[in-house]
Design a protein around this ligand. Structure first.
Ligand code: SF4
Length: 351
């Protein structure tokens, strides 16, 4: 009999792991709490560094999902570890006995209204990176009306002790640079500023994009944290910061300010961790068995982790993580269940 593997989360990591495990011959059940698969990819327009439409990798992932049993609009109601398996009751009333469970619950974006000094939810022309991506997709948002001066604030809710997150979200520097270029493409006359603490352009071609933003699009980078945003009478924004390179205070009037909200642990994932009595790491993400040698395994036998469940990741990192998690699940099931071992030997013998 085939082993059941339950995947929790239908974002890129969950989809990739499902496809891999299906190919390895397991009975894969994927649940997703939203009505469609794809997670945050559905809400992003183009991806860094090349500007590929987010729909492209999503379509490729979708194509490999044949044979995977998917339940959308579905959440975990309860999950209990038995001797060698998990008894899982889903919100659609179905009970699954899973031999292994993979949590690929992704991440939540930081709630930018918690940083009151930036005025999100108070001033109309303060938006987030997610709002801007939605506008790139739909070109419909009254707050974005031919802006002449646009600012981006990096590290919103990341690297910020007060916001409860010391860690770097990893992807928002390059996302800000990408979005700054896209704003220039949409509004060629606009002057665009990025307020940053450090620029963490670690990935392949990211540095090229940064140079292109300066050379081809004239984006101005100001090293310094924004301390205060207020609204002028004409509803433009007055942004105060300190340029930490020149040690001078800076005041700029803008028509649009984009807050680069960082990646936080998923609250839905936290609820599942609570059901299993699993303590998170101090950054809120899932704890792994070993950060160096077993970082797709949770601290519970049979429970695995992939993608942003264990911290901020780029899309290619999440996909690679999902493939590693699928391999780790395959090893685990082959070790634990004699019938899986026998079945594999038989398949190998018969070619
Ligand atoms: S990637 Fe950049 S913007 Fe994002 S948290 Fe790290 S330093 Fe800040």
């Amino acid at each position: 009999m085939k082993n059941n593997v339950l995947i929790i989360g239908g974002g890129p990591a969950g989809m990739e792991a499902s496809a891999q495990l299906q190919r390895l011959g397991y009975n894969v059940i994927l649940i997703e709490r939203e009505s469609t698969l794809g997670g945050h990819l559905n809400r992003w327009d183009r991806l860094f560094p090349e500007g590929v439409p987010a729909s492209e990798p999503l379509e490729a992932l979708m194509k490999n999902m044949n044979g995977v049993k998917c339940f959308t609009d579905t959440e975990i109601q309860s999950i209990n570890r038995l001797d060698k398996s998990f008894n899982v009751i889903l919100s659609n009333g179905i009970t699954v006995l899973a031999d292994a469970v993979l949590i690929a619950c992704g991440f939540d974006l930081f709630d930018a209204s918690r940083k009151e000094e930036y005025g999100y939810g108070i001033y109309d022309h303060v938006i987030t990176n997610a709002d801007l991506e939605a506008w790139f997709q739909s070109k419909s948002d009254d707050r974005i009306d031919n802006p002449k001066r646009v600012g981006f604030v990096h590290c919103v809710g990341s690297r910020d002790e007060k916001a409860g997150c010391r860690g770097c979200s990893k992807v928002c520097c390059v996302t800000a640079v990408k979005e700054a270029c896209e704003i220039k493409e949409a509004f060629p006359d606009a002057q665009v500023y990025c307020f940053y603490m450090d620029l963490r352009m670690f990935g392949r071609h990211y540095e090229d994009l940064y140079l292109k933003a300066q050379k081809d699009y004239g984006v101005r980078f100001i090293r310094g944290r924004v301390s205060e945003v207020s609204e002028n009478q004409d509803r433009s924004l007055l942004v105060k910061a300190e340029d930490t390179l020149s040690s001078k205070p800076v005041q700029i009037t803008l028509d649009l300010l984009v807050l680069m909200a960082g990646m936080r642990h998923s609250e839905a994932g936290r609820r599942i961790a609570d059901m299993l009595n699993l303590a998170p790491e101090d950054d809120g993400f899932f704890a792994v068995r070993n950060n160096l040698t077993a970082n797709q395994q949770a601290r519970m036998p049979g429970l695995f982790l992939a993608g942003a469940a264990t911290g901020p990741k780029t899309l290619p990192e999440s996909l690679a993580d999902a493939r590693s998690a699928a391999a780790a699940i395959d090893h685990y099931l082959t070790d634990i269940f004699p019938q899986t071992r026998k079945l594999k030997k038989l398949v190998k013998k018969n070619g």
